[in-house]
Design a binder for this molecule. Sequence first.
Ligand code: ASP
Length: 356
Amino acid sequence: MRTALSRRNFFNQSFGLAAGGVLLRNFGFKGRSRGRGLSTPLIVTSHPNETGRRAMEVGWEILSAGGRAIDAVEQATNVIEVDPEDMSVGYGGLPNEDGVVQLDASIMDGRTYNAGAVASLENIKTPSSVARLVMDRTDHVMLVGPGALEFARSFGFEEEDLTTEKSRQRWLDWRENRGDDDWGPPDHLRGLPETEAGMPRPSVHEHGTVNVLAVDSYGDVAGITSTSGLSWKIPGRIGDSPIIGAGLYVDNEVGAAGATGRGEDVIKSCASYYIVLRMRDGRSPQEACEDALEMIREKYARVNPEFMPGEKFVAINRAGEIGAAWSYSGGRPTMSIRSADGPDTFTGTNFRTGED
Ligand code: ASP
């Protein structure tokens, strides 16, 4: 329920003017570095914290012993999914509007050109492993809701309440002060005269998703994206994370890309697929992540020149180059990485502010 719906017209430009592409706001970006190259095998995650580092060690143990990228990304992601302190993924993730944690995850194996995904999955701590079983044991790519849960139960996954004291408290706080939700048009249409949407709202959603990407010693590429999705989402809402081509894409000849941020933007732009296509055309992972942000910015700017979407992309190519870029209002994206050179971090660029 949104409060204070004054119908003040926020922007000066009319929808018609903007739609004509007349005014495209100039954001500060000046980046476009080549990113960074490392030796393969290699595993990376969008999570730069302690759990992310631990996850990289688990993945590295598999890769350094000659294991497969697909196993490394799954085992590494599980470390992050079961961490109760991580409120964006798996156990302890932030709940939906009704206080229920619903998880989305996808997995893709470049070697076999196969993929699996689950969406709106409740009560299972490790959705990426359920997605792996969808990939390995069925001829489908995606299972959702009760069907996904039943499928997981049939393989012996235990059902557990995924809320923790901490995540429930956050939801209770949101419910008590509830001034923002997903009912009504998306942010980029708020305030434009034609939408009758009233004032733009401040975004109080919590973002967070983990991407884990790897290249193994055979040169095969794999990736996972796993998340509890947008906090306080409408029950049943599915984000980009479980959608192949949006939240994740892997091409064994090229590399892999994964997304975090407002999933609706990523779905509409097929962003991970776009990044991989850019890399296939010779762009570095860093350049390709920035290209995707620019592509999305441009599309929205034609509708609303003031709007800047908030996304984060990470990518690797099969040669071991890595890249990351986001369009949040400050800071720069940092990744945890692990290769034969040891544990390391990589900091990408801020597309909005130009920090690189
Ligand atoms: N992309 C996720 C989603 O929209 C959320 C996030 O990464 O913050 O579900």
